[in-house]
Design a protein around this ligand. Structure first.
Ligand SMILES: C[C@](O)(CO)[C@H](O)COP(=O)(O)OP(=O)(O)OC[C@H]1O[C@@H](n2ccc(N)nc2=O)[C@H](O)[C@@H]1O
Ligand SMILES: Nc1ncnc2c1ncn2[C@@H]1O[C@H](COP(=O)(O)OP(=O)(O)OP(=O)(O)O)[C@@H](O)[C@H]1O
Length: 297
């Protein structure tokens, strides 16, 4: 018997970053939106824990105990006093090291799949606790939709949204390391007072109304200067999307995937065509959000 879970990618429509904390993490006001790019995680009983992965970028995904899906299975098994004897197969569509929480999606997916396979009866709150131990983005991968994350991004408040937003994502030729981008942020702000991160009322209002123009006017990403500093060519991709009529263009999370908001599905296809022709990215995807979080298929 196998269990399969489908888990979405995310884009951060606001990523306000505070000063580095003593533990090395940064306090955030992190407004997540789940979008329709998905990984599928399948777990099957096996003699011992084993991971396989297929799809774009699969060669970059670790197949040992460091994989977030493996860590999720081990964490749940430890809590329920059993062995994590499963084969975890990841069908990857979320870009690897792309700033769209691909590894976090696999962690949340494996957790939900193992929970269903083993019938642990864990509560939603317990699963969220395990997610938060695995990584800052993992709780949101479980929940999906739209949410504000505070603390390191793991303390979530669900947000209502008044409509669907249409997005284009441009995948880059290489990945960026999330810790390296936060380190570059620290370097760039070293001589300034970093304000306490707060969610933008205009942005929350735009999400609640489902208004793409208002959302475009209020998106922000404090990690964008750091991502551009480490990967200057991303500025060309952002410019190409803006020139093609995107309402706004920004780096997704820690990058290097770039995100373009469009007024409707047709406008999104037009931006995607122009980005593909621009030669400034590896691949282009059109999708929409919010979509629901990790769910059993
Ligand atoms: C950039 C974002 O993707 C935005 O959603 C997240 O903040 C990163 O989330 P994540 O990949 O789940 O990150 P984690 O696995 O928790 O942490 C990886 C590394 O990112 C840095 N990190 C992450 C989250 C945070 N609030 N402050 C940080 O400084 C730390 O160097 C940490 O060692
Ligand atoms: N299941 C997984 N899928 C992809 N990468 C994983 C996985 N588990 C661990 N990793 C490691 O995590 C690194 C970051 O991968 P990931 O795709 O999660 O980045 P990301 O999307 O930029 O993350 P985030 O947006 O949460 O910061 C990879 O380079 C890889 O070494």
């Amino acid at each position: 018997m196998s269990v399969t879970v489908r888990v979405p990618a995310k884009v951060n429509v606001q990523l306000a970053v505070g000063a580095a904390r003593p533990d090395g993490f940064h306090d955030l006001a992190n407004v997540f939106l789940a979008v329709g790019l998905f990984d599928e995680v399948t777990v099957t009983p096996a003699a011992e824990l084993r991971i396989t992965c297929e799809g774009p970028g699969a060669a970059q995904v670790p197949l040992d105990g460091t994989n977030l899906a493996a860590r999720a299975a081990v964490a749940l098994a430890e809590r329920y006093g059993r062995t994590p004897d499963v084969h975890i197969h990841i069908a990857k569509d979320i870009p690897v090291a792309g700033g769209m929480a691909g590894g976090s999606a696999d962690g949340a997916g494996a957790l939900l799949a193992c929970d269903a396979l083993w019938g642990t009866g864990a509560s939603h709150v317990e699963l969220l606790d395990i997610c938060a131990e695995l990584g800052s983005d993992v709780p949101f991968s479980l929940v999906g939709g739209a949410a504000l994350g505070i603390g390191r991004g793991e303390k979530l408040t669900v947000l209502e949204t008044g409509g669907t937003f249409h997005w284009v994502f441009a995948m880059a030729e290489r990945g960026l390391s999330t810790p390296a981008v936060f380190r570059e942020f620290d370097r760039l702000v070293a001589d300034s007072d970093v304000p306490v991160p707060v969610a933008s009322p205009e942005l929350l209002d735009a999400l609640a109304k489902g208004d793409p123009d208002a959302l475009a006017a209020s998106v922000s990403n404090d990690l964008q200067p750091a991502a551009l500093s480490l990967f200057p060519a991303l500025a060309d991709t952002l410019d190409a999307g803006r020139a093609a009529g995107a309402l706004t263009a920004l780096v997704s999370g820690s990058g290097p995937t770039t995100a373009f908001l469009a007024r409707d599905a047709e406008a999104a296809r037009q931006v995607a065509r122009a980005l593909s022709a621009s030669g400034t990215c590896r691949a282009v995807r059109v999708t929409a959000g919010p979509v629901q979080g990790a769910r059993l298929l």
